[in-house]
Design a protein around this ligand. Structure first.
Ligand SMILES: Nc1ncnc2c1ncn2[C@@H]1O[C@H](COP(=O)(O)OP(=O)(O)OP(=O)(O)O)[C@@H](O)[C@H]1O
Ligand SMILES: [Mg+2]
Length: 502
């Protein structure tokens, strides 16, 4: 019987469902058909595969070739199945041993020369393959990504001929070079560069400790963008599982990624002209957007009011749920999107409202319009709001002031506080659920009365109430205090004023 089977994987969101490629050779008019409702891209695979096989000094069967990709309803886009199809054809014709294909999965697009081209979504495929205990063969250009998981057998290949030599037992393929993955950490800017702004530094530290969303408001050129860029440098490193999740998203987005910094938290700073699709994801083959690329890391929206209002509204849901579902007519995909939002804005259109220089000439109307570009519900989800005012020249000049700590110093405190939270609840404080808040953020009578008064005075929502408690928890953790004391709560409340009061 001239039937052969080769396994490969599709790419669907961050999932990687198994695809079985069945190849049957039969008599009749020579020709090749690919069934299983493949899209145009897979039909093109037919031509690539034929030429690649011929250029690899094998014979393309002079018979009727039927290729079936199963299951039929999966997305089958791109050339990622080329290698599996080519091997299936060769195995069906007896040019490589059929049994040798059984314990393997194959990923890779073929160039006409028979060389293998890299494909997106290798890491998600490996994560799945790990359960099947099969060896995965990938293009050499995907090697760095493939080496991230220690517990999956991976082999890398340059060409179709290499893979065939491996399967015939002539020359085994090499494993990816593990050294590639544990190099130096890429450098990020240091907090020591920022002068003054003690209040904003403090807010940044609390946000880092608990993973809270942060909004910085101030006139131009006071260090808002500088501070935001320095957040990744004080965040705790990613745990392996988190790092793999983050890489899996980058892998499906086909984002180039440097394996040297794969344990570093993602930092995404999309420009305010970015489209909705770029920001939240989309497309006919749904792709992750910036909010998913920022998963387990930081999403920095500089000049927040300049973003399209509709796009900002879409952020509301993932900010609470930590994921985004992209629905298209044909299919929907879900991507993780647990990001920490850091936003910066000026207080008014000219940027100088509230500044001592008296330079602001914006009308109250204009200011109100500017602020209303950010909706109440979005502001309600921001845990910490902080002013970043102009600093006196004396602070900017000369030597570093006592408060100008470097990132390493701040990061050590953040890691300790985050460790406490992880021990207590297994998650950062920003992710605490209502029950966990009741358990871990219990208040004394005096503190409860203080919070009650603040809620009345600031008109806080129930959500804001919970958010204040989460922030207070982080402040107490930084202070090494088991219970939330009055001063911790008072500080947390103070970060809740909305922009109108500045
Ligand atoms: N606190 C500061 N310490 C040291 N340098 C600063 C500080 N604030 C601003 N600068 C200098 O000003 C430049 C601009 O700062 P930054 O881009 O952070 O301003 P911004 O607050 O984001 O302004 P805008 O509202 O216009 O975006 C920095 O590159 C730095 O040279
Ligand atoms: Mg800026």
């Amino acid at each position: 019987m001239s039937l052969a089977v080769a396994l490969t994987r599709a790419s669907e969101g961050v999932a990687a469902p198994l695809v079985t490629v069945e190849v049957h050779l039969s008599g009749g008019l020579p020709g090749t058909s690919i069934v299983g409702l493949p899209e145009a891209a897979v039909r093109e695979a037919r031509d690539r595969v034929r030429v690649a096989i011929q250029n690899t000094q094998f014979e393309y069967p002079n018979r009727r070739v039927t290729v079936n990709l199963a299951p039929a309803e999966l997305p089958k886009d791109g050339g990622r199945f080329d290698l599996a199809i080519a091997l299936g054809i060769l195995a069906a014709g007896g040019q490589v041993p059929r049994e040798a294909l059984h314990g393997c999965e194959f990923l890779g697009e073929l160039a006409l020369s028979g060389e293998l081209r890299p494909v997106p979504g290798v890491l998600p495929a490996l994560l799945r393959a790990r359960h099947g205990k099969r060896c995965v063969i990938v293009p050499v250009e995907n090697a760095a990504e493939a080496a991230l998981l220690g517990d999956v057998e991976v082999r890398v290949a340059h060409t179709l001929a290499d893979v065939c030599a491996h399967l015939r037992g002539v020359e085994p393929l090499p494993t990816p070079d593990a050294d590639a993955t544990c190099g130096a950490v890429a450098t990020v800017p240091d907090l020591a560069d920022v002068r003054g702004q003690l209040q904003a530094r403090r807010a940044l530290e609390i946000a880092a400790a608990g993973g809270h969303h942060l909004l910085m408001i101030g006139p131009p050129g006071t260090g808002k963008s500088m501070l935001a860029q320095r957040l990744p440098g004080i965040l705790p490193p990613l745990a392996e599982a988190e790092a793999i999740e983050a890489c899996a998203v980058r892998s499906v987005a086909n984002e180039p990624f440097d394996v040297r910094d794969w344990r570093q938290r993602p930092y995404r700073a999309p420009h305010h002209t970015a489209s909705g699709v770029a920001l939240v994801g989309g497309g006919s083959h749904p792709r992750p957007g910036e909010i998913s690329l920022a998963h387990n890391g930081v999403l920095f929206l500089d000049e927040l009011p300049e973003f399209d209002r509709h796009v900002l509204e879409v952020l509301r849901e993932p900010m609470e749920s930590g994921r985004i579902v992209i629905s298209r007519a044909a299919r929907s995909a879900e991507f993780p999107a647990r990001f920490q939002l850091v936003a910066a804005m000026n207080p008014c259109p000219c940027g100088y409202a509230g500044d001592a220089g008296g330079r602001c000439h914006c009308s109250p109307d204009a200011i109100a319009r500017y602020r209303s570009r950010i909706s109440g519900p979005l502001l309600d989800r921001i845990d910490i709001m902080v002013d970043v005012p102009r600093i006196p020249l004396a602070e900017l000049d000369g030597a570093r002031n006592a408060g100008d700590e470097d990132s390493a110093t701040v990061r050590a405190r953040v890691i300790t506080a985050r460790g406490v939270a992880m021990q207590r609840a297994g998650k950062p404080n920003a992710a605490l659920g209502t029950r966990e808040i009741e358990r871990d953020c219990a208040l004394g009578d005096a503190e409860r009365a203080l919070l009650q008064r603040a809620m009345d005075r600031l008109g806080l929502s129930a959500r804001a109430y919970h958010r204040v408690l989460r922030v207070a928890r982080s402040i107490a953790d930084l202070a090494g205090s088991a219970r939330i004391a009055r001063e911790h709560l008072a500080e947390a409340i103070q970060y809740r004023r909305t922009g109108e009061q500045s």
